[in-house]
Design a protein around this ligand. Structure first.
Ligand SMILES: C[S@@+](CC[C@H](N)C(=O)[O-])C[C@H]1O[C@@H](n2cnc3c(N)ncnc32)[C@H](O)[C@@H]1O
Length: 258
């Protein structure tokens, strides 16, 4: 079953606010890419523009957001009052730009949704400017959760099928690097970032009710109801309860060959 981003589009931003760590990571990525006004950044699977708009505010480059889901793009367009970003309904497998025209391609929380990852990486490689000596060079930057994140996810205790569903969706870093190489990308660099934060039980209940991660929408309905009921009972008993959420991200950068 595929997750429905059309359904969660209206509440997506409220349920998944950008953290200070996300912003710092965004800034570091742009610092490294060292883009100029003539460069193009493409965020593939941009969704509601949660990252695209802060990204556009931080770079002089032209920015394009590509997503398959019209409702997610509607939310993004409505937020982009200055018209800073070019929003395009399209697919990771066929980006709407000519060969060698992008300085940076970004995929954040998207690779787990792609059935043909190597094909999408090959397409990213096609649109990236050819590498060359000197200068920072064009690159693909991927942010995704690691298998360890899936195994240790804080909601697994309430919804045991989450890990079962996500295990095949979130590949090992080694599998991703192999696929990137197969797609013709090189200079592959991997960083693993850990993030721990405490979540108030009321926030957890709101997020689960809004099915803030796509996997919650893929659970057997009874399991979803029972897990939510347990969390709601905890909230009713004691609003001061907090849950500890530990996230583990793989940040992967790859470049086209010279
Ligand atoms: C989990 S959301 C992440 C959105 C955004 N990157 C963020 O971090 O807020 C994944 C997005 O990828 C989009 N998507 C899924 N498959 C895609 C594909 N083949 N090509 C382009 N976008 C895709 C979905 O529609 C959804 O908006």
């Amino acid at each position: 079953m595929s997750p429905s981003f059309a359904k969660i589009a209206p509440t997506y931003d409220a349920l998944r606010p950008l953290s200070a760590v996300d912003r710092a990571r965004l800034e570091a990525m742009l610092r490294e890419a060292a883009l100029g006004a003539e460069d193009l950044v493409i965020e593939v699977g941009c969704g509601t523009g949660r990252l695209t708009l802060p990204l556009a505010a931080l770079t002089p480059a032209r920015v394009m957001g590509v997503d398959t889901e019209a409702r997610m793009l509607d939310v993004a367009r409505a937020k982009d009052v200055a018209g800073r970003v070019q929003w395009v309904r399209g697919s990771a497998y066929r980006l709407p730009v000519a060969d060698g025209t992008a300085g940076l391609v970004v995929m954040v929380m998207v690779v787990h949704l792609l059935r043909q990852r190597t094909r999408a990486f090959r397409e990213a490689r096609r649109v990236l400017e050819p590498g060359g000596p000197g200068g920072p060079g064009a690159r693909l930057c991927i942010w995704t959760f690691t298998p360890r994140h899936v195994e240790e996810f804080y909601l697994n205790a309430y919804f045991p099928s989450l890990a079962v569903i996500d295990r095949p969706r979130f590949p090992a870093v080694e599998a991703l690097t192999q696929e990137l190489r197969r797609a013709g990308l090189s200079e592959i660099r991997v960083e693993v970032h850990e993030e721990v934060r405490r979540m108030e039980i009321a926030d957890v209940v709101d997020r689960v009710r809004g099915r803030y991660i796509s996997t919650l929408g893929m659970l057997p309905p009874l399991e979803y109801r029972l897990g939510l009921q347990r969390l709601e009972e905890m909230l009713a008993q004691d609003r001061t309860i907090t849950l500890s959420q530990r996230s583990e991200w793989a940040i992967i950068t790859a470049q086209p060959p010279p």
